[in-house]
Design a protein around this ligand. Sequence first.
Ligand SMILES: NC(=O)c1ccc[n+]([C@@H]2O[C@H](COP(=O)([O-])OP(=O)(O)OC[C@H]3O[C@@H](n4cnc5c(N)ncnc54)[C@H](O)[C@@H]3O)[C@@H](O)[C@H]2O)c1
Length: 434
Amino acid sequence: MKIAIVGTGYVGLPTGVGLAEFGNDVVCVDKIAGKIEALKQGQLTIYEDGLEELFHKVVKAGKLHFTTSMSEAVSGADVVLLAVGTPPHPVTKEADLQYIYAAAQELAQYLDGYTVIATKSTVPVGTGDEIEAIIKRTNPKADYDVISLPEFLREGFAVHDFFAPDRIVIGADSEKARNVMLKLYKPFEGKTQFLLVGRKSSETIKYASNAFLAMKIHYINEMADFCEASGANISEVARGMGLDSRIGNKFLNPGPGYGGSCFPKDTNAMAQMAKKFGVHLHLIETTIAYNDERKVEMAKRVLSVVNGNPEAKIAVLGLAFKGGTDDCRESPAMDILRELIKCSHNVSVYDPKAMDNAHRLIGDSVNYAADAYEAAKNADILVILTEWEEFRHLDLPKLKEIMNKPKIVDLRNMLGAEEVCKNGFEYCCIGRKH
Ligand SMILES: NC(=O)c1ccc[n+]([C@@H]2O[C@H](COP(=O)([O-])OP(=O)(O)OC[C@H]3O[C@@H](n4cnc5c(N)ncnc54)[C@H](O)[C@@H]3O)[C@@H](O)[C@H]2O)c1
């Protein structure tokens, strides 16, 4: 099948690579010329585990192309996937739909033959209706259906999740469109659950899922606060909870608060969308407020360990919003770092993949180190903010030797407390004494 993907970012690129691997002819279009040029030159524009090898393979096979021209991508396509951003509106916090509506208007001119326009971007209920209307206004003769095809991939696992999704939700009110999508996703038959639902339900499933996951993180963070006050150990409590199959053991790791390009924006968008329908989503609203507060509290916790001394050198490990990605959008690590910079002149940072993205966000207000040890040299405190696997294996005796003071604040509970203390560190983590 010929597939056009509009928006070549964290969703569009891995999806394009995956669909090309299944033998489809895929064209990814983006309005950022530099991004398309880099991809044409064979340079990946995002970091995702396992993406590079597959990318080169499908490009070499002539199955994946890149362009800035909407007409080139969309003309003759059987399916157009919309994967543009739906960022939060800076004031209202609703999903800002200007990019998706602009893309719909632009692509409408080039539709020829029956085409399914599938929205992968996360969009509020009713957006499909509006996209349909825009296309109708722009090109009254076009033969098309608009469906919702929510994306559930996890950054850092995008390639894995493309090939082994928990479910594929197809929100289509047209039988013809549904059949086209079932043909496209035929390689997944018998391997995953297909859920065929109405378009509005599909749009809601995505928000309801993300909001639930955000609340689960919020919940375990609140339990961690409780454990700190009561003397219980959050790791033991989480393990005990997770063994209940009704609860499940995922998303029960306490930390500095949720972040990333999805949870903060989607919880806000869900809450705002509900208000428009006259519904108050109290749990989600509380989650949003608490999560914002938590990051400030975590920064205070770090600063208290150095008694607020502005000269103290703070070494920060981890900037991405989670391990396995270079994405710093709405990263709790970046929010905490911003708080630390307000109070300290001497902050050194290191992240295995996210240094460039972090630099774009905070510029030269910190020192960028080549590795964890360079960051930690002469530091008065080492703070772990992102759960990169390599931080689990830090050489503690070496750290002890190069740091000014042996203090570690581990906001991801990555290190073994016993081991850290045995090596002479003062250790502070989340939801447990050690
Ligand atoms: N990132 C994730 O893990 C994830 C997971 C599930 C769903 N989503 C949703 O998918 C959507 C895309 O997210 P993302 O993280 O890939 O965003 P992104 O910012 O990485 O990529 C979006 C791309 O769309 C391009 N674009 C915008 N308007 C365009 C136009 N008119 N024509 C061509 N290109 C255009 C932008 O230049 C950008 O490169 C969002 O709605 C997001 O909520 C994201």
